[in-house]
Design a protein around this ligand. Sequence first.
Ligand SMILES: NC(=O)c1ccc[n+]([C@@H]2O[C@H](COP(=O)([O-])OP(=O)(O)OC[C@H]3O[C@@H](n4cnc5c(N)ncnc54)[C@H](O)[C@@H]3O)[C@@H](O)[C@H]2O)c1
Length: 392
Amino acid sequence: MAERLGVAIVGVGGAVATTAIAGIEMIKAGSNSLAGLPLAGRDIAGMASYRDLEFGGWDLADDTLGNLALRHGVIGEKELADGAAVLNDMRPWKAAGSTGYCANIDGGNKLTGGHRAAIAQIQGDLDRFRRDKGLDRVVVVNLASTERVPGADDPALQSRDAFERGLDSDDAAISPAMLYAYAAIDAGTPYANFTPSVAADIAPLAAFATERNVPVAGKDGKTGQTFMKTVIAPALRDRALHVDGWFSTNILGNSDGLALDDPKSLASKLGTKGSVLDQILGYPVEDHIIMIHYYRPRGDDKEAWDNIDLTGFLGQKMQLKLNFLCKDSILAAPLAIEIARCLDLAHQRGEGGVQEQLGLFFKLPQTRGGAPEHAVPEQQLILDRWLDRRDA
Ligand SMILES: NC(=O)c1ccc[n+]([C@@H]2O[C@H](COP(=O)([O-])OP(=O)(O)OC[C@H]3O[C@@H](n4cnc5c(N)ncnc54)[C@H](O)[C@@H]3O)[C@@H](O)[C@H]2O)c1
């Protein structure tokens, strides 16, 4: 019998999460469309198949996933009446949340008590999920709203010991995203961070993952504008076209956009989007400007514009304009699914700590200490070698 992989999602009621779950349920129900799933055409020994995935997770919102999905407007009544009907019976587990970390997002489905109690509850949920669904293995994926950046100098975030003491004293420097990451690593469960929030990338949690040999990966899924940027920039570099400036702007109207309407959450996002160009090009682009605007009429249909000013042969100036009319969650959901399958594969192969080979999927790839690779062609080669075990 095929082995079953549980995917426990932080933010299971969100647009990306409900789209991912609906998509897999529709595949299980007989849909033949594997479009948009980057690893669908590959035969990778040991990787869980799409049909063997089961979902559960935490959310502050207290409603069925079906109702929550309808509000996001990505999947509709038709899908919920047909292949994705199971979402109507799924409800989120109680979440560890804090308006101190995510000002615009709150809900009634919230855990009370301190840090240690939240961790025990999260681990209890993972155990129950595994038992109730008869799962062979579980991974945790963070798809929750973007939190503000924590204080980089907070003593509790400086070492493993200080972090443990911070948990004991309910230190406010420890965010909900960190609690989920800690709970997963402590339970020996692989953890991925698809959001810009700080989680397993702080030194104490990265060290904890290495110590326990648990795979972790992050952060911030590379789906739309940054994906295009890291495809185009290597090509401009290789043609020796100098980038004088790169102006990027976005409008979006989903609840991710609402979360990012809080300047502190926005700062996290701009932090993960901003660092890619200089690494790829090998020189600083001083006029690299990125803007994100919450604009309700667009819902999940995000629109991104890029204007690139270039200098070519004989110092002649040129411009490149890019206009990506994308669907935020339709781009993101398949990546979240592939990340879960890859992390599980790493776990089965006995590979723990930061999984650098998954950098292709992230705007700010977490590393074991070195500078991250951002260029898509290079990242794709690294991932392919690992999937085919050519890196061994
Ligand atoms: N293309 C994309 O959509 C994309 C790309 C990269 C990264 N991301 C990131 O993925 C995340 C999810 O995006 P989305 O569009 O699904 O957002 P969303 O706002 O639709 O969903 C987020 C969900 O998380 C829940 N939540 C918030 N805090 C929580 C907590 N502490 N515990 C449990 N649940 C919590 C919210 O109630 C909500 O249901 C965001 O952080 C976003 O920045 C999205």
